[in-house]
Ligand binder design. Structure first.
Ligand code: ZN
Ligand code: ZN
Length: 377
């Protein structure tokens, strides 16, 4: 079938909204009529080149060409067609997308770590039969989803069924940014009641790390971001203090923690660099935990980290993918918390854009004007 989608043709390009062709769904494939798609920073990493691999890396990993790319991995919609063997959803179901699939049977999934599902790796690295075409040539899809489109052709393992009464724009938010931020603070960092927490970088991920820390009863939540609008928003979402930089936050953290520094530090900048991580570890206290949840340029390999500090202060440094949460458990849970008024989701959406205005949305994102922009169809 033919549909309209936003395509990125290469690094530094603008999004092009054009007709694309979806192939025939395979036995486990589903066609979703997309109703809402979140503008996540991850696609911006493709436009900026941070996440673009050299041909050597693509060849070594067996990865397909990254461009042209049908963007979008935060999304929600209605199932309109299913392949012969699809069992997880049926026509008419409302669904939220998951940017990492969960097969339910691999070692990671059955061990309770769906965010590390083997299929997530396979889908990224396997040269599958192309199912999306633009201008007659195969096109890649972001996270094997491609939600910046009126219709998406996806594997059933990448969909989570949700209850029908949730608004689609809300259901799109809980597919990536919200669980990633919330999980980084709650599941990965293990924030406890009474903790002193710092969140570095208040975008779509960081703001939800603030919400997660608040939900479990952190005593101090220091939101650190150079953009004043984001610091203001952080206070509305549960932060207790703000600072523009880690250096500015340091004396306040020392005072508020009586010299212990932070129990948890969640690092969620738009792009992760080694010096940010080093600064984050400098405000991480004795025996405390620092979690990094951000995309770094592929070539970024060095961190000026005090190793004496790491060992003698018994510090813990953790990476996190998808907030280290299970999409099939977390997405419905977060929607329940929203329903009971314990999670702010409507307030996250700063602007809604039609698909044709996607470039304005990404301009706003780059300029720090939005917490989350959503494309509505
Ligand atoms: Zn995302
Ligand atoms: Zn799995």
């Amino acid at each position: 079938m033919k549909t309209r989608a936003a395509i990125l043709a290469g690094v530094g390009e603008k999004w092009i909204v054009d007709e694309v062709e979806l192939g025939t769904p395979g036995a486990n494939d589903v066609i979703v009529e997309i109703k809402a798609a979140g503008l996540c920073h991850s696609e911006e990493h493709m436009a900026s080149g941070d996440m673009v691999f050299t041909q050597d890396i693509l060849d070594a990993m067996g990865m397909p060409e990254q461009f042209p790319l049908i963007g979008g991995h935060e999304g929600s919609g209605v199932v309109v067609e299913v392949g012969a063997d699809v069992r997880k959803v049926k026509v008419g179901d409302h669904v939220s997308t998951s940017f990492i699939p969960s097969c339910g049977i691999c070692r990671a999934c059955v061990g309770g770590r769906q965010y590390l599902c083997d299929q997530g790796f396979d889908l990224m690295t396997t040269q599958a039969e192309p199912k999306h075409f633009w201008q007659g040539k195969p096109a890649n899809t972001y996270s094997n989803l491609g939600t910046f489109a009126e219709h998406a052709l996806v594997h059933e393992n990448s969909l989570v069924k949700i209850e029908d009464h949730f608004p689609f724009d809300i259901a799109a938010l809980v597919s990536c940014g919200v669980p990633t931020g919330w999980g980084s603070a709650v599941d990965r960092a293990g924030t406890q009641p009474g903790d002193v927490v710092a969140v570095i970088g208040i975008g779509g991920i960081g703001i939800n790390a603030v919400q997660g820390a608040k939900s479990v009863g952190a005593q101090v939540i220091m939101a650190i971001d150079p953009v004043e609008f984001k610091r203001q928003k952080a206070m509305e979402f549960g932060a207790t203090h703000t600072a523009a930089t880690v250096e500015e936050a340091m004396p306040l953290i020392q005072e508020l923690s009586r010299g212990r520094l932070c129990d948890r530090v969640i690092v969620t900048p738009s792009v992760l660099y080694g010096d940010i991580l080093a600064a984050a570890m400098s405000i991480t206290g004795k025996g405390s935990t620092c979690v990094a949840t951000a995309v770094a340029p592929y070539a970024q390999a060095e961190v000026p980290l005090s190793l004496v500090d790491l060992t003698l202060w018994n510090k813990e440094l953790k990476g996190s993918l998808y907030g280290s949460t299970n999409p099939r458990a977390q997405i419905p849970k977060l929607l329940s918390l929203y329903e009971s008024g314990q999670l702010k989701l409507d307030e996250l959406i700063t602007h809604r854009y039609p698909l044709d205005d996607i470039n304005s949305g990404y301009d706003d994102l780059r300029e720090g004007l939005i917490l989350r922009g959503v494309i509505t169809f």
